[in-house]
Ligand binder design. Sequence first.
Ligand SMILES: NC(=O)c1ccc[n+]([C@@H]2O[C@H](COP(=O)([O-])OP(=O)(O)OC[C@H]3O[C@@H](n4cnc5c(N)ncnc54)[C@H](OP(=O)(O)O)[C@@H]3O)[C@@H](O)[C@H]2O)c1
Length: 341
Amino acid sequence: MNMNSPLINRQIRLASRPHGAPVPSNWLHTEEALPELKDGEIRVRNLYLSIDPATRGWMNGGKSYIRPVEINEVMRAGGVGQIIATRSPRFAVGDYVAGSTGVQEYWQGAADHPYGGFQRIDTNVAALPSYLNALGMPGMTAYFGLLEVGLPKAGETVVVSGAAGAVGQTVGQVARQKGCRVVGIAGGADKCRFVVEELGFDACIDYKNTSVKEGLKQHCPQGIDIYFDNVGGEILDTVLTHINLKARIIICGAISQYNNTAPVQGPANYLALLVKRARMEGIVVFDYLNRYPEAVQQIGEWMKEGKFHTREDIIEGLDQFPTALNMLFEGKNFGKLVLKL
Ligand SMILES: NC(=O)c1ccc[n+]([C@@H]2O[C@H](COP(=O)([O-])OP(=O)(O)OC[C@H]3O[C@@H](n4cnc5c(N)ncnc54)[C@H](OP(=O)(O)O)[C@@H]3O)[C@@H](O)[C@H]2O)c1
């Protein structure tokens, strides 16, 4: 290879906004030569990209907690990578970093880029994909959502949906560390076995093959004090019928609704909040950006002590991004879904 020829960056851009589930024509595969580095800039070779349900929301136009991705823009995604060139004193070649990489092979720009700026990560604490899972955005969501919004107390019963997924895995394990009884809800016997046998949940309800209502009666004999909702829809409605006085419902996501072409289905049983003087509150992980190090340190310690486990589902190849994204909405991922480049 001619060392003077520019590096070619392969990228996936948003071509059009989906109606329902994303289809191949929503994506544009492009190639671009990287310009020379300017003063203060870094070049990151992206190694793993995070595949997130939120991506589906960022593909829509309209107002949300973050601006939508524009048509023809490189798709937004978190990732981890390695610095391969630097003109910033903040980073050295070889450093491993995590940040908002986008769906592309390289990220290049100012080292102190204001949004999603890169942070150095320590590969002695955990392997790179963990920094997109428990030590990354999903883990931070789970940790702060549960502890700051849910306010768990030892002995309380916590129910979490999407239990085998990225956020769910961490919610359940943090709740166990706090002395709570933890009941997961997940799709399929294998996922349920995993959360009980490998993550240490007290029980798990297979919502695809058994009744959630009966499962909650059986596994939450003292009622539900905290529900960490990742899925919305019917499961949220059913859980509301089993909450305790002063229960806390953490609205983290509603993946069952993201591909809807009809309006979002709200909880018909919301009057349970009145009867039980309960609280339902949303969480957006970015509100806790300046506290991430606190959570990374705590979860990292639990990992080192062997008290905390994670599972990633790794798919290979940038071009697999559209297929991988759709896996989330069909429950085809088993653990945090990550794209290896
Ligand atoms: N608020 C925030 O700041 C924030 C941050 C990160 C994530 N989130 C939200 O957290 C939730 C989980 O995200 P994640 O990254 O951890 O994803 P994930 O749980 O690793 O993957 C998605 C899982 O959702 C389940 N699912 C898909 N369609 C479903 C349906 N119709 N009904 C019930 N379950 C369904 C599937 O599991 P099963 O096989 O068990 O069905 C699938 O594996 C999402 O709603 C996401 O938007 C919010």
